[in-house]
Ligand binder design. Structure first.
Ligand code: ADP
Ligand code: MG
Length: 411
């Protein structure tokens, strides 16, 4: 492996922070984190660029810091995509099996997926992911790996994720202006899922809920595949502004207070417990009951989780979540979030932080780094497929760039 190929970089451009993470591929398919760069996110609102110059600066800062720490130059990254313009839906492709013997080949699978992709998109939208869920051979459904089976008709069910073309282009050109290329764009939940979900959870049924600064992103997995994605326009920053309004303090103070003393479930807070609240405008600091702070936070947590539950129900997966719900993103760090979620969903709930990595793993072992680390893991999986392809073991010819990583499970 060349020196360059040993490194993979994830770049997560969020509403709150821009994070670049350098991973080094090590023996036995392992991955060490060797560089981390974090910058405050400016010029980006809910995944969309609102100020180009400011966004480029933030990206540059994060990339420079990660380069310095890792001691390598970053050429290209796996980039996260997020925001309300991201939409997911399910589609189906059907083809007649080509060979005389009716034995299904990789090429048949590729054609079926191409057929599933042939949906008419509204103007200004493009496909980011086409994720195969399962196959139907003649009348037999629920097939995971159809290659080598015999049949006349092959159907594939896929989950397609699309984005607004201009939003994608603006983000990619910001990254380019910061001097970095983009290998692939990955929807944020799909990135985060790589870092925090186990394959058992994805098999049995799980919802990943990524609570970022401006949005909460949902992804539902079952039988090992992605079935539903959605974005809710409420996130962690809403808790902060609730505190700022409720306790009449500036946003930065409210943010500090939330992180230090906040709790999303007021029943968890002892009635006698008090906190010191920094004063504003030169007044003396005041002491108040911590309960009051949690009473400000709880309704917002309830709102987010009720919206998540509505989305899960509307999509028809409320009975499918046998492994419950995994909370991730910076907003999931708030004390009491899993506990209040458990009351609302009546399902097993856990916090998801990146696992299964080496190197500086301790420094990225927080839910806030799930997407950035997941992008590196996504890239690693992708690269394995590339290696198989270039060694001649793969035979699916010119598969569209973004489809490449998806085939491994099916052969
Ligand atoms: N320790 C913490 N306690 C409570 N909330 C936190 C904590 N750390 C981060 N957050 C919140 O997480 C949100 C940012 O989520 P994150 O996943 O880091 O960012 P992004 O929006 O860039 O995806 C912010 O609203 C922030 O206030
Ligand atoms: Mg995020």
């Amino acid at each position: 492996m060349g020196r360059k190929n040993r490194y993979l970089v994830g770049l997560d451009v969020g509403t709150s922070k821009v994070c670049a993470i350098v991973g080094e591929l090590v023996a036995d398919n392992g991955l060490d984190i060797v560089g981390i760069g974090v910058a405050e996110s400016r010029g980006i609102r809910r995944g969309v660029i609102v100020n180009l110059e400011a966004a480029v600066d933030s990206i540059k800062k994060a990339v420079d810091e990660a380069e310095l720490m890792a001691g390598v130059e970053i050429d290209a990254v796996h980039l996260s995509m997020a925001g309300p313009h991201i939409k997911g839906f399910n589609s189906r492709g059907v083809i007649a099996v080509a060979g005389k013997s009716r034995e299904i080949t990789r090429d048949d699978v590729r054609r079926a997926i191409e057929a599933a992709k042939a949906v008419s998109l509204p103007a200004g939208r493009e496909i980011l992911h086409v994720l195969p869920q399962d196959f139907v051979v003649d009348e037999q459904d629920g097939i995971g790996a159809p290659v080598g089976m015999t049949g006349a008709r092959l159907e594939v069910n896929v989950h397609i994720v699309t984005s607004a073309t201009t939003a994608t282009q603006n983000l990619v050109s910001c990254v380019n202006r910061a001097g970095v290329g983009v290998i692939d764009t990955v929807v944020e939940q799909i990135g985060a899922a790589e870092a925090v979900l186990t394959s058992d959870e994805k098999e049995l049924g799980v919802a990943l809920v990524d609570i970022g600064g401006g949005t909460t992103d949902i992804a539902i997995f079952e039988r090992g595949s992605l079935w539903h994605t959605a974005v809710i326009g409420v996130g962690g920053d809403h808790f902060t502004s609730d505190i700022a309004v409720g306790l009449r303090m500036p946003i930065p103070d409210a943010e500090k207070l939330k992180r230090k003393c906040g709790c999303a479930l007021s029943a968890m807070v002892d009635e006698d417990e008090t906190i010191d609240v920094a004063s504003v405008g030169g007044r003396r600091s005041r002491v108040m009951a911590r309960r009051i702070l949690s009473e400000i936070l709880q309704p917002r947590a309830e709102e987010i989780f009720h919206l998540v539950w509505d989305e899960i129900r509307r999509a028809g997966y409320e009975k499918s979540l046998n492994s419950g719900i995994v909370l991730t993103g910076g907003g999931a760090i708030l004390e009491g979030m899993p506990e209040i979620a458990e009351q609302i969903f009546d399902l097993p709930i856990r916090r998801g932080a990146p696992t299964g990595i080496g190197g500086l793993a301790d420094h990225v072992g927080s839910p806030a780094f799930a997407t950035a680390v997941g992008l590196v893991l996504y890239g690693q999986r992708h690269q394995v497929v590339e290696a198989v392809r270039s060694s001649g073991a793969g035979a699916f010819g010119r598969v569209a760039g973004r489809l490449k990583g998806l085939f491994r499970e099916f052969f």
